[in-house]
Write a protein that binds this ligand. Structure first.
Ligand SMILES: *Cc1c(COP(=O)(O)O)cnc(C)c1O
Length: 297
């Protein structure tokens, strides 16, 4: 069954220091849902696919960078559902041979269309979408990262799979996952760790909510439950340092927890730093492992 999330288990992190402080740390392993569909992309595509089917379009068209987990997820889901897929890829100099992500997208039958960075910058514009539809008729356009209302709603459902908790930590790219989680939580705190430098988390979340038709009052109220930890990007998007690589190795050895370099290692590092504060004593903390391990398999 497609969109089955039963493989996403809760892994308890066993650490003496944490248990001495009465902290229970659980990892929601969405990375285990599927080997090539990054966990949160799987959840985001669920209702995007439903809406696509209702729209009676013939193909799905979306956008991504050279290593986009979202492109790969879309290619994989469309392959399984026999939906023709088009990927608009940033970088006219690239080809499907450029890296294993693009190669796999092509193998899964996605048509890759490489564009310049200037053209890619138009990916959110209505006029550009109209041009794309002239070139690729009957296309259903999915925003980069699956970041729209349907994507959010798919992520909201994840909350039903969690036990009682106090804090939920998640990495941020487009903010669609964090917005969805925020819609699902009740009295808990949502901690967001952006992977992008100088990323205004609350502004991005607010924009996505307002594009989805939420009223400003409600958005402000929702955002009160968000705690932003903006200093764990390690120099910027997709940048790595030796310290980060060591941290990834340690987590694998100490906790049998595999982390990716772009999102989950940075967010989990942020969590491990932040929870040193005594305010986290005697609480249950959940870390959402959003996946991203395709290149590590
Ligand atoms: C895409 C992605 C994210 C970011 O999710 P957003 O909904 O765009 O904020 C986080 N982690 C992984 C592994 C991803 O692939």
């Amino acid at each position: 069954m497609l969109f089955d999330t039963r493989k996403s288990i809760l892994q308890e992190i066993r650490d003496e220091e944490l248990s001495a402080r009465g902290i229970r740390l659980l990892v929601k392993r969405d990375d285990l849902i599927h080997p090539e569909v990054s966990g949160n992309k799987w959840r985001k595509l669920r209702y995007i696919v439903e809406h696509f089917k209702q729209s009676r379009n013939e193909r799905m068209l979306t956008f991504g960078g050279a290593y986009s987990n979202h492109l790969l997820a879309t290619a994989s889901v469309c392959h399984q559902l026999k939906i023709p897929a088009i990927g608009i890829v940033r970088g006219e100099e690239l080809s499907a041979k450029a890296n294993p992500v693009l190669t796999r997208c092509r193998e899964l039958g996605m048509h890759l269309h490489f564009v310049t960075r200037d053209e890619y910058a138009l990916r959110g514009m209505k006029e550009y979408h109209e041009e794309l539809i002239l070139e690729f008729p009957n296309s259903y356009i999915v925003p980069e990262g699956g970041a729209n209302y349907y994507g959010m709603i798919g992520c909201q459902e994840l909350i039903n799979e969690l036990p009682a908790f106090d804090h939920l930590f998640v990495a941020q790219g487009t903010a669609a996952t964090s917005c969805g989680l925020l819609l699902g939580i009740h009295a808990q705190q949502l901690h967001v760790v952006p992977s992008i430098k100088q990323y205004d988390s609350k502004k991005e979340m607010s924009l996505l909510f307002s594009k989805s038709g939420f009223e400003m009052d409600l958005i402000e109220e929702l955002l009160n439950s968000v705690c932003v930890h903006g200093d764990y990007h390690f120099g910027g998007y997709a940048k790595v340092t030796d310290e980060l690589i060591d941290f990834i190795d340690d987590c694998e050895k100490k906790y049998q927890l595999p982390l990716d370099k772009v999102y989950t290692s940075k967010a989990f590092y942020g969590l491990m730093q932040e929870i040193k504060q005594p305010t986290y004593n005697h609480s249950t903390i959940v870390f959402l492992h959003t996946g991203g391990l395709f290149l590590s398999h």
